[in-house]
Design a protein around this ligand. Sequence first.
Ligand code: CP
Length: 314
Amino acid sequence: ARHLLGIEPLHPTEITELLDTAQRYAELNRHGRAPRDVLAGLTQINMFFENSTRTQASFEIAGKRLGADVMNMAMQASSLKKGETLIDTALTLNAMRPDLLVVRHPNSGAVDLLAQKVNCAVLNAGDGRHEHPTQALLDALTIRRAKGRLHRLSIAICGDIAHSRVARSNIMLLGKMENRIRLIAPPTLMPSGVAEFGVEVFDDMEEGLKDVDVVMMLRLQKERMDGGFIPSEREYFHRYGLDAAKLAHAKPDAIVMHPGPMNRGVEIDGTIADDINRSVIQEQVEMGVAVRMAAMDLLARNMRAARDQTGVMA
Ligand code: CP
């Protein structure tokens, strides 16, 4: 494929290829050095129209480790402030001939639209409530490393499912890999129509967490609740926050995940988040770099193959 816009179009064999490549980069990041010629001569532009710590930093580190020339567009200081549109901004940057555009945008579908207007590879770094494909891939790699497999696991995704692109991408990826998915949320934060994804739906944490292998917590995304019902944090933590008592219903070796940024005392108890025997939250961040290296490596290979086929020099 030319772009990485979502998990939806990926075949399980493509997911496995991405994870295998990411696993090799994870080992090199820990114990060696990734080859700096993989993206040498390529220009990567990161365009984040929405705040980010993990995704932006890891895409930048990933590009630099593989030898790309990386530029972070300071969107707050760009001509968007003077009224330039998303598409005109993209066309302007496209004219500078980048090879990889990494884009985060608050509107669902904005990254797909942008990808249709440019002639370089586009990676979706999160668009509205739609998809966050590299997050789902790094979650999958973290699960595979902790559990030794990525199939026939019982996985609970808990919290604000309705506003979560992380949940959407994970439901698709983990479903494609034949896992059993349980969604746990208050009815106000459970989107309608989720049953068609072949998931089980719960509004009670103790019931939903029973005997699961993986507990994936989500942030309460108040910024996307645009005037709708916002639960009280105290009440929410009492019913849906992950604490030791609720976690005791999962398997004794269940791992705890959170994509970050996390709100301690809202969706997760700080002591659970910091428990190195259960929590893999820091490993998720580490795998984020490896997965983004793998994604850009594979897209760059596809790009070079396409250029070779059309006789254009890479
Ligand atoms: N998980 C995630 O996307 O985090 P950031 O918003 O910090 O990039």
